[in-house]
Design a protein around this ligand. Structure first.
Ligand SMILES: [Zn+2]
Ligand SMILES: [Zn+2]
Length: 203
């Protein structure tokens, strides 16, 4: 037998310099292996070490602070961590379940994704006055983004005197303390956004 066949059979061909498992073609570790100084490293051994549990992270599966709530490192100084080692709130940011208000951004387009009943006065108290709408069908709107780059718009629709005489004044709508049905626009499913904004304004 040649050395190559013998190595394949014994699992000693192109061994990972860290764990000793073969990274040869057919080993299941071939595609994601990476070259290291004196041989090969398998993906399971070649990622960063988790700064919280000190265990090895699979190659490129580490989560960093900029994927969560921003910044170069987490508040405890950790830089690379397992997804399962994130705190509850970090995990929510990572999964795009937390949103922040941003400037009006119509460059992303989008379409109606749903509606949500919220108290207008609470929105203003928590997030400040809305941005101007089109002064016709929409009297005001908010733009929110998550860290996945998803953008959602929250706005009233054909509900004030801007649209039709006899409807309520703009100020009356935005100072109202009863539930009002807002439209939600965006490019992607708004379920997470609707859940988030509802919780933010009712707690
Ligand atoms: Zn290995
Ligand atoms: Zn960990």
């Amino acid at each position: 037998m040649t050395d190559v066949i013998e190595g394949l059979l014994e699992g000693t061909l192109d061994q990972c310099v860290h764990c000793g498992h073969s990274t040869a073609f057919g080993s299941g570790r071939y595609v994601n292996r990476i070259p290291v100084d004196d041989g090969w490293g398998c993906a399971a051994c070649s990622g960063f070490e988790c700064d919280r549990c000190a265990k090895q992270i699979y190659l490129d599966a580490d989560v960093t602070a900029d994927q969560c709530d921003g910044g170069d490192e987490f508040t405890d100084g950790a830089v690379h961590v397992h997804e399962e080692c994130l705190s509850y709130i970090e995990g929510r940011h990572f999964r795009g379940e937390v949103f922040t208000r941003s400037d009006v951004d119509h460059t992303t387009g989008g379409c109606l994704q749903g509606s949500v009943e919220l108290v207008p006065a609470r929105l203003v108290e928590i997030f400040g006055a809305p941005d101007d709408g089109d002064d016709y069908k929409t009297s005001g709107e908010y733009t929110f983004k998550n860290n996945q780059g998803e953008t959602f718009h929250l706005y009233d629709w054909k509900s004030t005197v801007l649209w039709e005489d006899g409807l309520q004044e703009v100020d009356a709508l935005w100072s109202d303390r009863t539930l009002f049905e807002f439209n939600v626009g965006g490019q992607s499913t708004a379920n997470a956004f609707i859940a988030w904004i509802t919780k933010e304004t009712t707690s």
